[in-house]
Design a protein around this ligand. Structure first.
Ligand SMILES: [Zn+2]
Length: 81
C-alpha cells in the first residue's frame, strides 16, 4: 500500500481487514482518516459491520456474495448522491 491518502476504492478493498482488526496501526489510521471525511465509506463500513453482525458471519469474506454486491451497489449510489 502506498503512503498516499486512501481512495474510496481502496477502502472497499480493505474493509474486511479493517473489521477483522488486521490492518497495521498506520493503515488503520489512514482508513479512519478517510472515513472522517467520506460519508459514503462511513456508511459502507457501518453497513458491512451490521451485515456481519446480523448474519453472524465472522468476516466480510463469509458474507454471501449477493449481499456484498448489494452493499457495493448501495455504496455507488451514495457516491453519486
Ligand atoms: Zn470514501
Amino acid at each position: 500500500m502506498s503512503s498516499e491518502e486512501l481512495t474510496c476504492k481502496e477502502v472497499v478493498e480493505i474493509v474486511s481487514d479493517y473489521l477483522e482488526d488486521a490492518l497495521s496501526p498506520q493503515d488503520r489510521t489512514r482508513f479512519e482518516e478517510h472515513l472522517a471525511v467520506c460519508d459514503g465509506c462511513t456508511n459502507y463500513v457501518e453497513q458491512m459491520r451490521e451485515t456481519i453482525r446480523l448474519t453472524g458471519m465472522l468476516t466480510e469474506e463469509q458474507v454471501p456474495e449477493d449481499q456484498r454486491q448489494r452493499l457495493r451497489q448501495a455504496f455507488r449510489d451514495w457516491k453519486r448522491a
